[in-house]
Design a protein around this ligand. Structure first.
Ligand code: A3P
Length: 293
């Protein structure tokens, strides 16, 4: 494993871990190799649910929706435990049913899951919105591996040196689309926003949970952006995040909008991105719904 630091021509600074040709966030534990091995050999339980998601695609939104559904309560649960980031002993000791998170590309996920044990859920989001969201988060949190302007971040994001997804969003999605087992549900951010109730019903069905309509409607109301944001701000500070965020909680709930990229992308950046997007969809044969706003 190498710790890479790059300063580009505009003085933007990137720091990340690199292992076997893949870039990783510094937050991935230790030398990466050992943690990847532990994740691959992770002891999956039949009732585990893993949120396998590209960062900034709505991880907290999906996690808290699933946890409301699984707990049968409307309680806000905050930030979950990540199998590449957190203490594995703590994860192993969690009582069932566990709901876990990972931003790793799917090839690195637990082998037992690839054989169909447990369930895996994801949300896809317009990459333009998520790169903007991510850059805001990077600016707010001194220690995540990037300091610099949006132009530099966008360049990194579309390259295979994007350390948030062990490569670009495009190849991350390709990996996800190759997931073979039926224990997998893919929802989209814009559809969850537009048709919240229908997606909550779909999730409950996938999770084999038998809730009445009244409860499912309450969940739909309680996972709206303003509600989650308010609850997040009330959660107690956690030492886990103190080194990254003064408030002791991750700065997650910013705008929660579809199409916010329009406030950041220049016309030239947008044209370049659209061109690349078309090329990548074609080259990789991506099946993802590409009708992003
Ligand atoms: P923005 O920065 O665009 O506001 P993650 O949890 O993966 O880090 O994703 C964070 C993004 O999801 C943030 O995007 C956040 O506002 C958005 N988000 C969280 N809850 C949401 C909700 N209920 N509705 C819409 N967006 C939500």
């Amino acid at each position: 494993m190498d710790l890479v630091t790059i300063v580009d021509e505009q003085n933007n600074k990137y720091t990340y871990k690199r292992y076997k040709g893949y870039p990783f966030l510094q937050e991935v534990v230790g030398n990466v190799r050992d943690r990847l091995e532990e994740v691959a050999n992770f002891n999956v339980r039949e009732d585990d649910v893993l949120i396998g998601i590209f960062p900034k695609s709505g991880t907290h939104w999906l996690l808290n929706t699933i946890l409301m559904l699984r707990s049968g309560s409307l309680k806000y649960h905050g930030t979950g435990l990540g199998i590449e980031f957190d203490d594995l002993k703590k994860i192993e000791d969690m009582p069932s049913p566990r709901t876990l998170v990972s931003h790793l590309r799917y090839r690195f996920l637990p082998e037992q899951m690839k054989l169909g044990k447990g369930k895996i859920v994801t949300l896809t989001r317009n990459p333009k919105d998520l790169v903007v969201s991510m850059h805001h988060m990077m600016q707010k949190m001194g220690d995540l591996g990037y300091q610099g302007n949006f132009e530099g971040f966008l360049k990194r994001f579309i390259s295979e040196e994007c350390f948030l997804g062990n490569g670009s969003w495009f190849s991350w999605i390709k990996d996800m689309e190759e997931w073979k087992t039926p224990n997998f549900l893919c929802l989209s951010y814009h559809d969850l926003k537009q048709n919240t109730f229908a997606n909550v019903v779909k999730l409950a069905k996938f999770l084999e949970l038998d809730h009445d309509e009244e409860f499912l409607r309450s969940v739909s109301e309680n996972i709206q952006f303003d509600k989650l944001k308010e609850s997040h701000e009330k959660t107690a500070p956690n030492d886990r995040w103190k080194h990254m965020s003064e408030e002791g909680r991750l700065p997650i709930y910013r705008k929660g909008k579809v199409g916010d990229w329009k406030n950041t992308f220049t016309v030239a950046q947008n044209e370049k991105f659209d061109r690349l997007f078309r090329e990548k969809v074609e080259e990789l044969g991506l099946k993802i719904d590409t009708k992003f706003e």
